[in-house]
Design a protein around this ligand. Structure first.
Ligand code: GDP
Length: 426
């Protein structure tokens, strides 16, 4: 059985916690896109961890963590992350890496940094982890596949050729130090030795696992609104964040993905620039940011304060639809207990017309939020384990959101911990 866990919003919906929770009953947990640019925060019996590239299954001995072919593989980051959790007392995780994944090169990170500096105020709000240069090179067919690290003939020729291409830009556009092919080759040899114990044909591994009836979780990074096709282009990431891409980025048949749990946050937050219709500012935003998530809404990778907003039903309904959600996990609801009233964005007014359909970016820029205001519940809901025990206004908020989403909310998360979850029947 293959399940995907993906985000409906701008990322940071709390996917990590849901994966960690469901990972308990999974045999394989697969990363299928993105790199070490975003992060999951996981609170479990070993402590609090920020994972950037390792799947959240890293804490279970019975699961195998798969870095799929769709991932931007930063080898030093992966090894550092494995060593980091082992250093904190977690048993060594079972990790396998696709021989078809491509390698994040040191110059991808440099190019990301140089380009953001060059664009200055017009930058895309990149985390400078090299993601955009990495995927550009992959599709320009000048990337390095993991398998190529093990073939010196290919490697030597390619290093010379690609250093030649990159050095033109480094010299003429960025006025930055050039790549020395010998040094790059040495680095790639180091990467090869670091990654060698983990490499295999992960698509075959997963194919066999499906045949044996194993449980597989696909773990998405970011959310629908950061997808290059369906998100707020160009303020998006460079690989697809949609469950459908899970089939490609993991190398499994699309029809095997039976369940798509889409994580929706009970309010909005976004990191980096881009359209955000229900954004709030000032003291109202500061208070939600301070109280949000687990110890405040700050980026797991960059520490940047997140932008805050009210729940956006237009964006979230679109977010779950594009994921093909079969069920929704509504998260961080506990944070909202302090509010007297909860505005919910139920429409966008664009040029005097109200729409409920999420538009393209050019129209989004003109959209003004139309709110419906729901009463608050003024109560701490952490520790509640049964849906019926939630305050009435809290249930009303959930049911209002469910109606807007048009997908059943089967899980309500009321705290960062693994067991702080309320299940509802579909
Ligand atoms: P992800 O990238 O989607 O996994 O999201 P992050 O991990 O970056 O952000 C979610 C944050 O919210 C983390 O700090 C979680 O520990 C925390 N979190 C997840 N679910 C809940 C919840 O139901 N309540 C609270 N208060 N925090 C939560």
């Amino acid at each position: 059985m293959v399940r995907a866990i993906v985000g409906a919003n701008w990322g940071d919906e709390g996917k990590g916690k849901i994966v960690d929770m469901l990972g308990e009953k999974s045999d394989y947990i697969v990363r299928f896109q993105g790199g070490s640019n975003a992060g999951h925060t996981i609170v479990n019996d070993y402590g609090k961890f920020a994972l950037h590239i390792l799947p959240s299954g890293a804490f279970y001995q019975h699961t195998t963590c798969v870095i799929g072919n769709g991932v931007a593989l930063n080898i030093p980051d992966l090894i550092k992350e494995i060593d980091g959790i082992v250093g904190k007392g977690v048993p060594k995780p079972n990790v396998v890496v696709s021989d078809r994944a491509q390698v994040m090169m040191p110059y991808h990170i440099d190019f990301d940094t140089y380009e953001e500096a060059r664009l200055a105020g017009k930058s895309f709000g990149s985390t400078k982890s090299g993601i955009a240069p990495f995927y550009s090179d992959k599709y320009s067919k000048i990337g390095f596949q993991v398998s190529e690290l093990f073939d010196d003939e290919i490697l030597e020729e390619k290093v010379e050729r690609i250093a030649g291409i990159k050095n033109v830009t480094l010299e003429n556009l960025y006025n930055a130090p050039k790549i020395d092919p010998k040094e790059l080759l040495n680095t790639l040899h180091e990467y090869r030795d670091m990654i060698a114990p983990y490499v295999c044909d992960t698509s075959k591994l997963l194919h066999d696992a499906i045949k044996e009836g194993k449980t597989i979780l696909l773990e998405g990074q970011l959310g629908t609104l950061k997808d290059p096709d369906f998100g707020i282009y160009p303020m998006v990431t460079s690989s697809s964040t949609l469950a459908a891409y899970g089939a490609i980025g993991a190398g499994i048949p699309p029809y095997e993905i039976k369940d798509i749990i889409t994580v929706v946050k009970a309010y909005s937050s976004a990191v980096g620039a881009g359209e955000f219709v229900s954004e709030i500012f000032g003291e109202e935003a500061d208070e939600l940011r301070r109280r949000g998530g687990d110890g405040g809404e700050y980026g797991a990778t960059t520490g940047r304060p997140r932008r805050m907003g009210w729940f956006d039903a237009v964006a979230s309904r679109y977010g779950v639809r594009m994921q093909g959600a079969t069920e929704v996990a509504l998260t961080v609801l506990d944070v909202l207990g302090y509010l007297d009233e909860l505005p919910v964005c139920v429409g966008y007014e664009i040029d005097g017309v109200v729409t409920k359909d999420f538009p393209v970016t050019a129209k989004l820029k003109k959209a003004k939020p139309v709110y419906e205001v729901l009463p608050g519940w003024k109560e701490d809901i952490r520790g509640i384990t049964e849906y019926d025990k939630l305050p009435e206004n809290c249930r009303k908020y959930i049911e209002f959101i469910e109606k807007e989403l048009e997908v059943p909310v089967t899980m309500v998360s009321n705290g960062p911990g693994r067991h702080e979850i309320i299940y509802r029947n579909k």
